[in-house]
Design a protein around this ligand. Sequence first.
Ligand code: CP
Length: 331
Amino acid sequence: MDPTETPDKLDDATLQLNANGELRHLLTLKGLSAVLLTEILDDAQRYLTSPGALPARSRALAGRTIGNLFFEPSTRTRASFDLAGRRLGADVLNLDVNTSSRKKGESILDTIYTLEAMQVDVMVVRDASAGVPAFIAQHVKEHVSVLNAGESDVSHPTQGLLDVLTIRQRKSDFSRLTVAIVGDIQHSRVAMSATQALQTLGVGELRLISPPALAPDPNRFPGATIVDNLAAGLKDADVVMALRIQRERIGDLDGVPGVDEYFAKFGVSHDSMKRARPDAIVMHPGPMNRGIEIEGTLADGPSSVITQQVTNGVAVRMAVLERVGKLLGSQ
Ligand code: CP
């Protein structure tokens, strides 16, 4: 964000709903009701087809334009928003950040106003700075929607939705589940959004496992159990989610174990999974570092739902785009 552009301290959870309580922007999963989350998951489920079948399509966003503004690298989120938009009949503009005028000093708001002037209706935003999606949402015209596609270590709401959709497809009752998230919790927007969604949907137990140097501030994760021992954290877990070390967000690597030590102590592997339930599923949001936070053959094995997460990512983004798309032009 430009130094002169300080995000206002508005509550994202309030900002994202209109006066009727409908989702106008998607900035965070915090504060969204279990009813609304379930509706989005149900909508996403309807957008899934069998392997080998043609992907689901609709004309829900025909004539609309989606702008993908990724000011941080992405493979899955950017590609799936692109596909989701096209499968709903929208035009999709993928802004190439490396050749955009932000590189020449243009402010983020001037970039947004430029795209608004080209009649972009939905801005999908990823940024390394906290507060950017909400800041944009506060400045766009009333008919424009902003979707958070990954915000610093704060929020990744569509990732949280695809994670709980994947869990719901494999495990029926959230209240009976023990979910263990393993890795760099401190710097993880994925852990934050997954936690918010799981707690809203009534997860039985949530454990956050990491070396002490990567443990989160407990105040950011109320209700979760913070654990620094992998074997204890995985005991009888139904769902195990491995996370990457977010080196791009760690200033000082002091206290963070080296690769071999990290895998030995915190790697999700065939061996460490013996502590979890026999039918436990293994998740990873990607991108994966095989041999560091997860054993490669486990990621490719029968307990892994990692590619199912990716498939669900397109369906979830279609569901969110369709939902905000119904309000475009009606604000
Ligand atoms: N899970 C996720 O956000 O992946 P990308 O960084 O590839 O979008």
